[in-house]
Design a binder for this molecule. Structure first.
Ligand SMILES: [Zn+2]
Length: 240
């Protein structure tokens, strides 16, 4: 098993910027002691770091860092999204599960960063470990609901046939219903592209929490096997 699956993993794109530090930590590891993060509710609410110090002071699913304090989110199968604005050197951590993404949390994070001075061209994004289409089955009714989401300019990506993941380190999820296999990381990328962020400035880490990540990383795997799960903290901060 690769080292990054036990000690967390990093984005080469964010590392290339030179002025941020960040991590998609392993499930169960504690966040930095000075990190700001919200009481997450799958909402579109994004706040500034000071509003969530101490952590969970208010409900939010995205936190923007305007100082050198780290901002964080905790996830299991949802998307942990870390954003850096090279113009103002602001950063953001966003929790985007399917529900929060459809509620618009990625759009509100980008809009808030732009209100603080960012442009689409100055934003760099990494989407960390999350449940992938190899293991994320949704019922047809949910697919219909996604199709009616007014924020999506193009259809979301899903497959009627379960994609095989050649990099899986444990068995993929087994079908539980006559469903489809939904690509949540791709939905996040699609929404970010819609805001005008260039494709080359969005990195997907492509690490499925169900079949590839460290043990205990997947909420859905826990619902199938009662195997337990622990939150993954992902954080980002300005260092220069
Ligand atoms: Zn998988």
């Amino acid at each position: 098993m690769a080292e990054n699956r036990t000690s967390g993993c990093r984005s080469a794109l964010l590392d290339s910027l030179g002025w941020v530090d960040h991590a998609f930590q392993a499930a169960g590891d504690p966040p930095p002691s000075d990190a700001a993060y919200g009481q997450q509710r799958h909402s579109p609410t994004v706040v500034l770091d000071e509003e969530n110090m101490p952590p969970k002071r208010c409900e939010s699913d995205g936190v923007i860092g305007v100082t050198t304090r780290p901002v964080a989110v905790y996830t299991a199968d949802c998307l942990p999204v870390l954003i850096a604005d090279t113009r103002r050197r602001h950063v953001a951590a966003v929790h985007a599960g399917l529900k929060g993404a459809l509620a618009g949390v990625l759009f509100s994070a980008v809009e808030r960063l732009k209100a603080l001075g960012a442009d689409s061209e100055t934003l760099f994004v990494a989407i960390g470990p999350a449940i992938a289409p190899c293991c994320y089955e949704l019922g047809e009714n949910m697919i219909n609901e996604i199709g009616q989401n007014p924020r999506l300019r193009q259809p979301a990506t899903w497959s009627a046939v379960q994609p095989r993941n050649a990099l899986a380190v444990r068995p993929q999820a087994q079908a539980q219903q006559q469903g489809v296999w939904f690509d949540l990381p791709q939905l996040g990328r699609q929404m970010l592209l819609q805001t005008g962020i260039p494709a080359a400035q969005i990195e997907l880490l492509n690490l499925c929490t169900y079949c590839m990540a460290e043990t205990g990383a997947s909420y859905r795997r826990n619902t199938h096997f009662n195997s337990g799960y622990r939150s993954r903290y992902s954080w980002i901060r300005r260092v220069a």
